[in-house]
Design a protein around this ligand. Structure first.
Ligand SMILES: O=C(O)c1ccc[n+]([C@@H]2O[C@H](COP(=O)([O-])O)[C@@H](O)[C@H]2O)c1
Ligand SMILES: Cc1cc2nc[nH]c2cc1C
Length: 333
């Protein structure tokens, strides 16, 4: 099905051509991704990957690493922003611990696939070995496979990981070539001193690995990556191969999309960008991927898949308009 055929169909529905604005663009995107004029947006699932980051020791975040596990438990108990938004949008939610610090308490909806307890401090040594990076990628791939096996047509990935805007900024600078002042932001609420340290850490780390990117991209990426970011990249890779409709979340999720597109070109073709995060690097990453977010200027910067979740009702609306009468059926010539 060509874009011209989809556009002709949209223009023959019982409305002035283009009068549903961006909703028509989104409907066209769904038709194109699913190769049908009757796209589906349910059943759907969001998988949240959680991990901790050794770089927190550098003072690059306002929060202690313990918050990662506390929030994982809150998500699993159904009380976090992601849990209530998943419930309110009819989205199946899973949490996967791919590398938090310490033991994880088992919860009903929690899956533990720990590669290691946190990444190493990327300011001092490579955060992950290539082998660890690949193991985390495999965790994400497995989740995309089980989502497809369960019949999910729309899938999204999200994350929880105190400190993860630092690796996300490293990856965004590394993979887009953008300077760190365009990719480093406040994260979960940095003050001026934190921001200054974060800029320095990101700048130095990217300078250290940049030279490896052309010849050994996996080593360069693993050195400044996080376990949940690698898992999201694997999730996107497999979901794209399995032709799922993939909804992107915020800055960290989109840095994982950059990783996936760099290592497995074409992955981003299955993606719909939900929103543009308040984190400045998100716009940089989306631009590189050629993706235009559905929601702009909403000022969201929570993560946990919340941006992807609030876009789900708009996906439903876009799919619904494909069931409208044609102009001629309405008696309009
Ligand atoms: O999704 C985003 O755009 C986003 C932007 C800023 C912060 N976050 C969330 O905040 C945490 C990371 O922030 P930080 O400051 O600890 O690096 C992590 O748990 C993310 O889910 C998420
Ligand atoms: C409380 C809290 C909840 C979060 N959810 C995602 N990132 C987060 C960071 C913090 C600090």
């Amino acid at each position: 099905m060509t874009p011209a055929e989809v556009a002709a169909h949209l223009n023959s529905l019982a409305k002035p051509p283009g009068s549903l604005g961006r909703l028509e663009d989104l409907a066209a995107q769904l038709c194109h991704l699913q190769q049908t004029l009757t796209p589906k947006t349910t059943p759907r699932r969001i998988v949240l990957f959680a991990a901790d980051h050794g770089v927190v020791a550098e003072g690059v975040t306002a929060w202690p690493s313990e918050v990662t596990q506390l929030m994982v438990r809150t998500i699993a108990r159904g009380r976090a922003a992601s849990s209530v938004l998943a419930a309110s949008t009819g989205t199946d939610l899973r949490v996967v611990d791919v590398g938090t610090l310490g033991p994880t308490s088992p919860e009903a909806t929690l899956h533990v696939w720990k590669v290691r307890a946190g990444s190493r401090n990327l300011a001092r040594e490579p955060a992950l070995t290539v082998d660890e990076f690949r193991q985390a990628v495999a965790v994400g791939e497995k989740q995309a496979e089980s989502a497809a096996e369960a019949g999910m047509v729309v899938v999204a990935a999200g994350e929880m990981g105190i400190g993860n805007t630092t690796p996300a900024s490293c990856l965004t600078s590394l993979l887009t070539g953008s300077p760190t002042d365009e990719t480093v932001g406040l994260g979960a609420g940095a003050d001026d001193a934190i921001l200054e340290r974060k800029r320095r850490v990101v700048g130095e780390a990217v300078d250290r690995v940049r030279g490896k990117l052309p010849t050994d991209p996996e080593t360069a990426i693993a050195a400044v990556c996080g376990l949940e970011i690698a898992a999201m990249a694997g999730f996107y890779r497999r979901a794209a191969v399995l032709k799922r409709t993939v909804v992107l979340d915020g800055f960290i999720a989109t840095s994982a999309a950059l990783v996936a597109e760099r290592l497995w070109p074409g992955t981003a073709r299955q993606m719909i960008a939900a929103h543009r995060s308040a984190e400045p690097g998100h716009a940089v990453a989306l631009r590189q991927l050629g993706l235009k977010p559905i929601l702009d200027n909403w000022g969201m910067r929570l993560g946990e898949g919340t941006g992807a979740l609030i876009a789900m009702p708009l996906l439903d609306a876009a799919a619904a308009i494909m069931g409208m009468a044609m102009l001629h059926e309405a008696g309009v010539q």
